[in-house]
Structure formats: structure tokens, C-alpha cells
Design a protein around this ligand. Sequence first.
Ligand code: BGC
Ligand code: BGC
Length: 856
Amino acid sequence: MRVERPRGLAVLRRCLLGLSVPVLLATAPVAPAADATVHPSLWPERPYTAADPATDSFVNTLLARMSLEEKIGQMIQADIASLTPADLRTYKLGAVLAGGGAAPGGKVRTTPAAWLDLVDALYRAELEGPSGAHAPVPILFGIDAVHGNAKIVGATVFPHNIGLGAAHDVELIERIGAATAEEVAVTGIDWTFAPTVAVARDVRWGRSYESYSDDPQLVAAYAAAMVRGLQGERARGTFMSAGHTLSSVKHFLGDGGTRDGRDQGDDRASEATLVRVHDAGYPPAIDAGALIVMASFSGWQGVKMHANHDLLTTILKGRLGFDGFIVGDWNAHEEIPGCSKFSCPEAIRAGLDMFMAPDSWRRIYANTLAQVRTGEIPQERIDDAVRRILRVKALAGLFARGAPKTRAGAGDFTVLGSPKHREIARRAVRESLVLLKNAHGVLPLSARAHLLVAGEAADRIDRQAGGWTIDWQGDHNTNADFPAGTSIYAALRSAVTAAGGKIVLSPDGSFRSRPDAAIVVFGEGPYAEFEGDRETLAFGAHDRSTLALLKKLHARGIPTVAVFLTGRPLWVNPELNASDAFVAAWLPGTEAGGIADVLLARADGRPRFDFVGRLSFPWPATGMPVIYDDDDATSGALFPRGYGLSYAHGGEVAALSENPQLPADRGDESTLFQSAHVTAPWSAFVADALASVRITDASQVSPRGTVSVALEGTELAVRWDGGGSGVFWIGGRPIDLRAASGDTAVVARLRITTPATRPVWAGPRCASGSQAQESGCGRHGEGALEVSRFLDAVPPGRTATLTLPLACFRRAGKALASVAGPFELRTDGKFGLSLTEVRFVPARTPGCHPGVEVGK
Ligand code: BGC
Ligand code: BGC
């Protein structure tokens, strides 16, 4: 079963864009710009490294024997969630994949043996039937082993790429590639969708953690090393020998350069930047033997990469001499104007050799076949594509490798999470840690001291691992899913206990006996792809609980070390100010022992390991991303790329500004009101039966004077005099909240100033006009919830958080399809309250469970 469970806030943004289908996120029409022209002479020139003559003649002989049906089959990759071994008796496909949410029997927590069984069964089915098959060609099986073979329970989970970037260690990358390949090979799989060689330039992008660095040189060096590690090398005779796996370099081209860091968006970089920055990883990866390149979901200057003949064919296959094949990304061809996921001759004509058609394979197979017959796709293009695919299979030894279960090492599951591989991962974790602050030499901590380990992520391997772990988003995992893994707390505990110290786990930071020091582990939750896109880089804008905890410990004089788990550098000035030491630990994976190695001292008080990690991205000075000029000089960084303290060269950080400096028109769309500001794109209104007026002044009254608002400090005080109506927020145009309604809630932080004399209603604000009437949202009272009982429960003077899951408003029929705004509060009685914040949050539980929480 595919997991497609976009979380509320991501969905919400899609609603605001007026698009409700997740994959359409970036397809807002963009006119092809005039400068989408490509100049081959600007690109590096590589010789076309044709395969050896023996391979070529083998491939040509095979090709000559193949029917058109078999050829089209080679050009298609289906997902195991939508195909069974039996299908391969009829359809001779070129490849299958296990997408983010797919697994044998639909069970992502299944055994490694079940993976090998499935891979083997698919391989055999492809070769066995039907009797009419002319030219049996072994099938390739691909998986996203992007930080170890992390979809498999028990595998070693290495740090995500951003942490590896901080290690600045090319040799380590090759070792990780080799270890990953071994863990892939034991499951019989022959192909991983790695490495990502994106050079992320706006870390609001949800895939920033898949990017090693914003530095093209580092990405280039790592790209080659990872390819060598995964595949072995032709020159050394290890290419695709036992324990190796095919790599694929992705996502060609410019995925890391999309506007505003929007996943699958449009890259507007100049051609020169494309060459110098975004293409940096490809030539060295191809030199290192990469034979598969994945085309990007994104576009360049308004042209989607899957349709970009200039870049796929003229540049990649021509100028860069790439002689392998280009695989598409997950139904990405459907984003080309005129295409659907079931039909896209345009992509093939542009140079795509294999469609990734997870669930659409059957129909795209039939349509492509028909399109060749009508001449819409030239036969030569098909022959070129299939020749490339066969050549890769031949070079990789696939025709001689035998069935997956018969391969050397296959089924030896002791390789998964083996001590040797975990040791490599632990070293990678140590090297990836970047020390941003170490006031008064708080670190290293004595392992013989009394340590408090706090923070919501202190004992959470899922938070260390992030996305692309067991399933797509990696947000359903518990420690039990990592039998070989170690949480940060567990790692510290074993070191401290061994040294005779005392250690206490207390996620909320409470304690009975005063600790000598505290370690607070917190950061971003798991996400993958577009679900991780952010509007701003301001961390914790919606959840100040960790900051409060840091401040509390600080106030009590307890030396406090912050360990920040994150997929990217974020603006954390308040947290930096509130801690004595601050460590960026990225997404370290399962081997948290590497963190204990560096944070804890030896018995003599000296460090065991020093911090060697240095930022591979600049760290932002505000909530907005760092800006690059044409020469790659950056502005807006608090710490530049390359920054990182050590025990040898320590340092303090002066008190930092706690203002994220978000431009008024670029706020976080999940915030409606905060810090006395109504955040764009939202506007607030005060209304009565006569009309509504936009709140633009510090105090305002409704046209009839029955409702008034006044800004008092950071609070918006609202008073009703009994004449009816209230306040509401709108987004400027009707929005569709249906997709977000499953997992998003609106919360309002408030204080009651005058108890309500009549019922108070809260809920989305209906859109006006015929569209709204059709949706059933137009009638008064519909779609709103009576919240008096919650408000009555708030004692006078106390602040409280009122939570309204959007699921509560689904009962109003199609009402959520077209609302003017997500929040309205009204009553006919007398009432007074002060609002400090109104925003969207991920709902804690599915379904309609409104409630109120009274603050302390
Ligand atoms: C991602 C690729 C990934 C593929 C298969 C796509 O959505 O963009 O990076 O390899 O899915 O899971
Ligand atoms: C799949 C991923 C894929 C994504 C694309 C998910 O459902 O599991 O492999 O990358 O969709 O949007």
C-alpha cells in the first residue's frame, strides 16, 4: 500500500495555492521564459564512453530479436504495490521499484527474508513466462536506499546527506556507499535511487537534507565517491561484483535551485548557474561509472525536466557523454502539459528512456505501444532507449548474475546492521556534528557526573532517522522498529553508566535531584519531499515548549547543552541564546553512539573525540534563507559555510537578536495571528450584521459599533456588546480545506476578559457567492461549532488554548470545499476575550476532538 498521507500544513499550503492534488504542487502555470535556451558550449564536454564492443554486439543481437512489446516493456518501471509476480508473466517490464510506502505484502515492517522472497519471485516470473517470450531480459529492482538500506527493518541507518556534508570526508562517503550496497545486496536488490547530488540553495526546500552541501565542489567530490562505493569500479574489477548495487544520480537537473525552495518547483537560475552549481555532481558521477540518471520533477525556466530535450538529450546524452539510461521520477511525466500519468510521448521524445510509472504502468505501456505504431514516437528513439537499458543491464552483469537468491551473499541478513557497518555509521555521526556554541567550556561533559537528558527527541530513534526510513515520511516509527539502533539517551546512558555516573531521562525536563548538567534534544520531526517544504526558517515559531525548557534550566543555573536534530540549518537564535552549548546533529540515523563519543569526556576530563564537523551550508541569520549572488557570495548568514567550533578552538556566541525578521508579506501561512501581527496572506476583520471592516489599526469597531477590537501589547482584545457578530480571518480568495481536514486543527491562544452571556460559535468563515451556496457553506450557523462549554471552562485571567480540528467541520457536507477563511468567532451575547495567537497545527488525533487546555 502506498502511503500518501500529506500532513496538514503541507496540504494547507497546497489549498492556498488553489491546488488540491499533492503532486500538482509545483504545476502552477509558468510561462516558458525566453531564456530556456541551452548553449552546449557552456557545458563541460565529456567523451562518450561507449561500452566495450563485446557488450555492444551482445546488446544489438538481443535488440534485433525483441518484439516492439518487449521493447516498450523495458522502458517501464512499476511499483510493487501495483504489480504482482504474475503480472510479469504477461508484461515483460524493464524494472520494478519499492516506492516510499511500498513493501512485500504491503507490510513495511516485514522481514528482510520477505524482501528477498519478493525480489526473487519477481525476477523469476519475468524470465519464466509466457511461452511466447523471444528474448528474456532480467528485471532490475530499485529502492530508495538513500541513507543506508533504510526501508528494511534492521538495516544500518546512516546520517542523511546534509550531515555527511558537514563531515567533509570523501573517503568516508565511499565506505558508506559500500556498506549500503552490501545491505542492499543481501535483500537481492540491484539498484538504489542514490546519490542525490542536488545543490540546495534555499533550505526551505523539504529535500534539503538529501543535499550534501550548497557547495558544488563538495557535492561533486561526494557524488563520485558515493557512486564508487555503491557500484565498485570498473578499473579495479569490482564494478557490480558481489555486494554492489547500481546507483542512480538524481534529480537531473536543478532540483536544488527551485524558486522559494518549492519541491518539484521551477528553477529560474541562469544557464551559467545551472552548469556551475546544479550540474556539478553529474560529470564526476558519470566518470565514476554511474549508468543511471533520474530526471527531476522540477522544471527549468518553465519547462519541466521530463520534457526538456535540450537538457536530457543535447546536454546529458550529448555534451556530457552519458551512455547509460535516464529514468523518470514517480509519475513526474504527468506534469508535462498535454500528458497524463498514463500517456506521455513527449517525455520519450525529449530523451527519457524509462518511465517510472508506479501505478500507471499498464496503461502507459498500452499507450506508448500505440504511439510508436502511429509514428508519434519514432522507432529510433525506442531503439535508442532500449539499447541503453540493455547496455546497463549487460554492463552490470545482470544477464550472468542469476536469480537474486542464488547470488553470493544474498540472504545473509547478519550484514544488515552488522557491527562493522554500525561502526562506520557511528564514525559518520561523530564527524557530522557541528558545534555552534560552547560557552565556558561546558562541553565535554564528565561521564561521571549526574546528567539530565531532556527534550522531546531524547529517546526517539525515529527523530534521528527522519524521512525515507522504513516508510516514505518516516513518521510512523518507534524505537522498536530499529532493533540495531541506539537513541541519543540510550547512547549516553551506556557511556555514563559504564563510567559510574548518573543519568536520568526526563523529556519534559522535570527533575527531583538537581543535575550537574542537562542535555536537551529537540528539532524537526520526520518528513520527506514536499511535505517538508517550509515557508520560513524560523524554528519553533509554533511551539515554544523547548525554548521554555531551555530557559527554565538556564534560569536555574544548570549548564545546558542543546542537541538539535534537523534536516537543515534553521533560525534558532532564541534557543542558541538560552543554551550554554549548541550542537547541530542533523539527522544522524541509528548510531547515536557517535554523539556520546564527542559530548562525553574521558575519565581524565579530556575529550575522547573532538568536533571535526563544519557547516556544509550557511546558517541563517534570520527566518529567511541566505541569498547567493552570481559569484556564490552569500548574504544573510549568521555562521558561514565552513563554520564549526571545536574543543581545540572553542568559542562563545554573543547574544543574538531574537527577531526572525520575517518580511510582512512572506509570513508563515500556518499562522493567522501572532506577536501582534496578522500574518500574510491572511487579513483579519471585525464584523457585525451590517458589514465587516478590515482590522488595520490598533483599535477598531464594527460598522454598528457592536464589536470592537484593540491591540493591547501582543494581545488582540475583542469585545462584544450584545449586538452580534465577531472577528474572522480570510485568505483573499476561497480556499479548499477538505484535504487538510483529516489532520489539521486551528488553535487559538486566548484569555477570557468577560464571560459570554450567550453561545459562542467558532469555525471556518464561509465564502460568499454562488460557489459557497452550492457547497452548503452559505447558511448561517452551518460549519461552526458551539464552543461556549470550552470557554466557560477557562478560569478568569488564565490563558488557554482552544483547539478546533478541521475534521469537526466536515459534517457540514461539502462546506470545507470553499471557505473564505479558516477561523471565525462570533456571538450574539456580551463577551470579551484577548487573543494572543491563532494558527494551524497538525491535529494530535484524527477525528473531531475539540477541546481547551488551560495554561499554568
Ligand atoms: C522521488 C525520488 C524517489 C522516487 C521513488 C520520487 O517521488 O522524487 O527521489 O527516488 O520517488 O521513491
Ligand atoms: C511514494 C514515494 C514517492 C512519492 C511521490 C509516495 O507515495 O511512496 O516513493 O516518492 O509518493 O510523491
